[in-house]
Design a binder for this molecule. Structure first.
Ligand code: NAD
Length: 441
């Protein structure tokens, strides 16, 4: 081998050695532990961004941290966009729900000639809401006016939004201007605790309210049916009570605001009929019961059923020998509609002539509900009528009407309604307690 070749070999070996040393040095400075880092940014990249004073490891960690942070920022923005989309979708669902027709009970189609616009004052109450159901199903347009003193929107909520139905929050003590063909005037508290709660308002409702209704009927030439009551007979001295009986009412007793209020309501009706030629119908309604009765109206049916369902003592005021006759609400509604359709203008009794003592009635309810309740007598109520039984000869002859629903059938339906209502109020109570337990500081 020549000397030149030897020198070349030595230079090549030294160069290789130098390259190896440089490589080892670089590896050692990136991974002092000897392990190779995964996904570490390139040296050039690091050096371009960071001052050479920091170690490459620190810089690469910082870079990785920054990458993660920007990823989180992107994910947050994505989450925000998703939330906005969700809110938009929820809004669309809500608007679809309001524009999609709700399921209503089936109503008959009546053409323009046969369809009437019917106003029911007090239509969100117990009797009124059942009357609404019947007239709606018959295909009429029904307008309910109510101040919700004892009535509830829930009684008519199944018609809300229906094209034939309208609910107006209005106190009938104030005048009302509306175009209608017929009026059923039911607005008035009906149970003793309710009408005694504000006797002056009860009188106003039955006098000023009735004047407003009759004035409206006069203006638009509508026919009016006034919901009067068997209370116009007071504590009767004639039994059973025919419409020709003038009554036995204490004008200054605790019930007078209602009894006399209704008597004036009748007087006003006949005054408007005579003087202004308004077509009036007067229904003298006897004790009525059924679903949608006010839970705490203090009337004998609701009292006994609730006490029995709660396994409490069933309280009979007085000796239990006083009598009542109870009609089921659907019978009353049939009678009112028949009376409105008739040409008869004098008062008509609408009630069930099957008479029961209050004591017997308590026994029937105790038997139907079952349970351990006992029946006890307590102090008699002031001015509580001793005997009540309608003479319904007039209704039978002129309207071909008489009650159809047997007491036990009607009571079963009413008991099942009250049972559901109690369960519902328990559920509400429970969820309200839960809410306040978790939300009160
Ligand atoms: N249920 C019966 O046993 C019975 C017996 C005799 C007569 N009546 C008569 O039948 C009618 C209905 O009785 P109910 O048992 O459905 O009673 P209810 O209390 O359930 O209904 C009366 C309705 O009239 C409303 N009302 C009261 N004052 C009002 C006012 N100033 N303006 C507007 N609305 C008003 C109430 O909010 C309620 O919706 C009443 O006139 C009552 O005197 C009922």
């Amino acid at each position: 081998m020549t000397a030149t070749k030897k020198r070349l070999k030595i230079v090549a070996a030294i160069s290789l050695l130098l390259l190896l040393l440089v490589y080892l040095y670089r590896m050692a400075s990136f991974c002092p532990s000897g392990k190779v880092a995964v996904s570490v940014p390139g040296v050039e990249e690091v050096q371009a961004k960071w001052p050479p004073t920091e170690s490459p490891l620190q810089r690469s960690l910082q870079m990785a941290y920054e990458e993660q942070s920007s990823l989180i920022r992107e994910q947050k923005a994505e989450l925000q966009r998703t939330r906005e989309n969700l809110a938009r979708l929820e809004e669309q669902v809500r608007s679809l729900q309001t524009s999609t027709p709700r399921k209503y009970p089936k109503v008959k189609y009546l053409n323009y000639k046969n369809r009437k616009r019917i106003l029911i004052t007090g239509g969100a109450g117990f009797v009124g809401s059942h009357l609404v159901d019947d007239l709606m199903v018959q295909g009429h347009e029904v307008i309910v006016v109510d101040n919700f003193f004892t009535g509830r929107k829930r009684n008519v909520e199944h018609w809300l939004g229906h094209e034939n139905f309208e609910l107006i929050h209005h106190d009938i003590v104030n005048p009302l201007f509306i175009e209608i063909d017929e009026i059923y005037h039911l607005a008035s508290p009906a149970s003793p605790p309710h009408y005694m709660y504000n006797p002056v308002k009860t009188i106003k409702t039955n006098t000023m309210g009735t004047i407003n209704v009759l004035g409206l009927a006069k203006r638009v030439m509508a026919k009016v049916l006034i919901a009067s009551t068997s209370e116009v007979y007071g504590d009767p001295t004639v039994h059973p009570q025919p419409e020709t009986y003038w009554g036995h009412v204490n004008p200054i007793g605790p019930r007078a605001c209602y009894d006399e209020g209704k008597r004036v309501s009748e007087t006003l009706s006949y005054a408007y009929a005579k003087q202004e030629k308004v077509q009036v119908r007067v229904a003298r309604i006897f004790n009525t019961y059924g679903p949608r009765m006010h839970m705490n109206d203090g009337r004998v049916v609701s009292n006994f059923i609730l006490q029995a369902l709660r396994n409490e003592t069933i309280t009979v005021y007085g000796n239990g020998k006083q009598t009542r006759s109870f009609q089921y609400v659907s019978d009353l509604v049939d009678g009112m509609i028949a009376l409105m359709a008739s040409n008869y203008t004098q008062p008509v009794n609408l009630g069930n002539p099957v008479e029961q003592t209050i004591g017997e009635f308590a026994e029937i309810i105790k038997k139907l509900v079952g349970g351990p309740s006992v029946i006890k007598q307590s102090k008699a109520m002031e001015d509580d009528p001793q005997r009540r039984k309608p003479d319904i000869t007039r209704a039978r002859q002129l309207l071909h009407w008489e009650p159809k629903v047997p007491l036990e059938t009607g009571l079963q339906r009413t008991i099942s309604y009250f049972r559901n209502e109690l369960a519902r109020s328990d559920r509400f109570q429970e969820s309200s307690n839960k809410y306040f337990d978790t939300h009160t500081p």
